[in-house]
Design a binder for this molecule. Sequence first.
Ligand code: CAA
Length: 379
Amino acid sequence: MYFQLSEEQLAVRDAAREFAKLELLPGVVERDTNAVFPKEQVKKMGELGFLGMMVDPKYSGGGMDTISYVLAMEELSKIDASASVAMSVNNSLVCWGLEKYGTEEQKQKYLTRLASGEVLGAFCLSEPEAGSDATSQRTVAEKKEDHYLLNGVKNWITNGSSASIYLVFAQTDSQKAHKGISVFIVEKGWEGFVVGKKEDKLGIRGSDTHSLIFTDVKVPFENRIGEEGFGFSYAMETLNGGRIGIAAQALGIAAGAYELALAYSKERKTFGKPISQHQSIQFKLADMATQIEAARLLVHKAAWLKDEGKDYTQASAMAKVFASETAMNVTIEAVQIHGGYGYVKEYHVERLMRDAKITQIYEGTSEIQRIVISRGILR
Ligand code: CAA
């Protein structure tokens, strides 16, 4: 067992930390207040290689390991979880599956542009009546002579309006339930594809979450990924990795709030001394630091298993459920340590507390993670 990060991994972490401080921090409160997508910042993240970190350099990726990816995710999420979820979706939910299961033609046409950050991708599984119960897909792709005809509605889609390339799940054979689900690459601008309502959210307000409407959209055969019926398995495998990214995001939100609370506790004085010298605050800081360290170990373990080519299904679910609950606990305590100042926007911790909540919901709720973990235990 070896807990030391390599020189390269440390360099990635430091670059992400620097980028977050210089490029994400300015304007983060305003972007949150006005629900503005960090367009320029995400573009720069692409230029720096943060949007296709693990993709093979021959497809314009960074060729890095998953540990480097979670280190970068943690650092960016300390400051701006809206920017980091755009990164997580592009890396884990879009590039990963395309690289693993796409044809050479699909990789040349789509993956290279996604990995370089030239365009953003979105992962379109959820529907108005298919969230946790993801097998209940109602979107349909009907096979015609030389194309599929796509009809349906997707909900809660991250990068909904900013993306150019969408991975869309649809039933190609409803008789076969989840084994009749397939996955397609759809481009923005195709006739019949409309970006719908933007959600007005509690947290990650800078992330553009939309519904998407598909009406008789013609999808060429060559845009199906894998065989017909492979879509649900593709979604589950992809989400196993995606959950490591969201766990790292939750870890970053917790660590960001903790760092702010620690610094504040050394400055703020009550009853004649810094509040960090009151045991009630010291115990809070001790619990926060311990939970964060435990979450980091779970996140790194899941990332390491993935890098080693071992099964990470359970590990990623454990990392996500624990890190997201840590993010919620730690951010609530960070607000409490800040007292009244914690409740106003300029001190950042109230935003982190609002951002933390979604990590217990998207890419599989905490309840779904517990299903995945318990099935693994009882198998
Ligand atoms: N890894 C690999 N395969 C899995 C799997 C996993 N974690 N979980 C299930 N499967 C496989 C099963 O082995 C089974 O395969 P076979 O039919 O070949 O045996 C198949 O999937 C169906 O599984 P179940 O019979 O267990 O189906 P179920 O309906 O009882 O449970 C579920 C499935 C685990 C609850 C699944 O629906 C699920 O994970 N739901 C959550 C969906 C989710 O995470 N949505 C997030 C949306 S994306 C998002 O949030 C992105 C964003 O924009 C940020």
